[in-house]
Design a protein. Structure first.
Lengths: 330, 330
């Protein structure tokens, strides 16, 4: 393994493709309880874009190496490391520094993966599938046959929701912006896919047996969130985990008072922070087999080398994408 | 007791003082398990105004006798009634028909009151103090010293919140529209009273030890609700129980996602509907002594006879009131 590696770094906040640049770093020697991870793949997530813009609620000290998730393989182990071996696929739950060719980590901070894990998919394992998993676990006691309504259904989280819901016997109404996504999501297991022409709520209420859905998932905000809220059952819960539309939630008082809806938020970073290690491992015990079996699969639109960071970021910001943009290393 | 009585009735929805009118009704004979209640006092609540306007989520079949709460005394008992006696003060948990001189009720449907109960205060016992009581009980596990933030603090519910919070050792930040209300609410036990100049949230965060308040209560909506939400602690809950400002709640996505706030609604009618009889009686076992002792007291601005319904309704709709408008009968 070479000792000088490439990373994507930013020294200021601003337009992502203008502030992110490729730099060289020297790798430190590993200590006895550390390992060297050779990165293989890392996606460009909305949170990465927000971090580069300075719009994320956590700001790393600058300069910072970007990239909030990714997967690699162990290239070297310290003398005291017994839980990981050279060649083993891993990912970390650190939320920065994944856009690099390699990094040094404490052996205990990594989550090991099976050898047959597809690494481009594994690179997208720590944020979106857990967000989907936790949102279907945490807020409402769901039973097979229950409806879940979501917007941004073609996002990484949205697709994971479709696939996990299907496994659990839940039914999904999926709202997308473009008609051409409908057959694709149906093929992945979506029960109903509709486009976001407002008003949606009457249509959704009809589709779900006159408003029986106890859970809505919102990553858009504004009118889209309001329509989902109106289509939920009495005492239903709307969980907001993203704000792609950049519009605040507008909630009529009567939805709160007379329909007794509950509005919550979800942020996977905060969940990781408060979760027990055993809870995290238990969740991945469920999720990892779904990836290795191909059940949980995120379409990839294009991969880029780290050196093409500008093109990759411009591509990732296009709204007409149908899959993820990933960096692929080495 | 006379057999023909006056009631306030409406045959259509519209401007309250135009659609509400005084009519005569013949009283039916009472059955063995019924009683005749001679009404003594009944307030004009915001819900009454909304019902007359047709803006309430429940619409009674028209024509309807208005008035959602009130208190009276037993004027006559049926032969099989043993739990109530002539002369006993009572109130009912029916939500219509209180603006009348008398009504016939099933003996089991009434809540008995002590003889020394001030009846004008008792007339305001079934909606506002229970709303305040339940909101402080239901949503957050509050401990002495915890802050509660509310707008519309001079409303019937608002004053009950101040008084019940004080009894429980909770501290309140109270938002009002007019400066002249400050000394009055302070005298009733409010810890802090401020006027609603936006932005409020920084001021409230400073007053509560940099945002430690776990509970906010909102009866206004719009900017006022948003400022309370911003001033709450992480993981705090904002409960909406009214919409005086007629503006929807605007919740920034980051308050939901990153601050993990929870937005709920509360409607006392729905609570009564799902509560056990024992829960309701237990609540009044707490509340009734607070009224007879004068601890829980709603200021009354003016009383009107039923025959002055137009003046009473116009007065009740004035925003400059400092106390309730009541009908007083007989």
């Amino acid at each position: 393994m070479k000792k000088v590696i490439k990373v994507i770094c930013h020294h200021e906040y601003g337009v992502p493709e203008e502030v992110a640049r490729v730099e060289s770093r020297e790798l430190p020697a590993i200590a006895a309880d550390q390992v060297l991870v050779e990165m293989k793949a890392s996606p460009i997530n909305p949170a990465d874009i927000n971090r580069l813009e300075g719009k994320y609620p956590i700001r790393s000290p600058l300069p910072a190496i970007a990239g909030n998730e990714g997967a690699g393989i162990i290239a070297q182990t310290g003398g005291a490391v017994s839980n990981l071996r050279v060649g083993q696929p891993v990912f970390s739950l650190d939320w920065v520094g994944n856009w690099c060719e390699a990094y040094v980590a404490d052996a205990n901070s990594l989550i090991p993966l099976p050898d047959d894990m597809p690494l481009e998919q594994a690179a997208m394992l720590s944020v979106n599938p857990p967000t989907a998993w936790r949102m279907l676990e945490t807020f409402v006691d769901l039973h097979p046959g229950d409806w879940v309504i979501q917007n941004a259904a073609n996002s990484g989280v949205g697709r994971a929701v479709i696939q996990i819901a299907r496994l659990r016997g839940l039914k999904t109404v999926n709202i997308v912006r473009r008609k051409d996504l409908i057959p694709e999501l149906e093929a992945e297991g979506a029960d109903v896919v509709i486009t976001d022409e407002i008003p949606l709520s009457k249509q959704i209420r009809d589709l779900t047996g006159n408003g029986t859905a106890p859970l809505g998932l919102n990553a858009v905000g504004g009118e889209s969130a309001r329509e989902i809220a109106k289509s939920l059952s009495d005492h239903g819960t709307l969980v907001t985990y993203g704000a792609m539309g950049l519009q605040p939630l507008q909630m009529s008082n009567s939805l709160l008072i007379f329909k007794d809806l509950c509005f919550r938020g979800f942020w996977i970073n905060a969940w990781y922070k408060r979760a027990e290690v055993s809870e995290i491992r238990e969740m991945f015990d469920h999720l990892i087999p779904l990836l290795t079996s191909g059940t949980l699969k995120v379409p990839i639109e294009k991969t880029y080398p780290l050196t093409n960071v500008k093109d990759a970021l411009i591509h990732a910001c296009q709204s007409s994408r149908t899959g993820k943009i990933l960096f692929v290393m080495n």
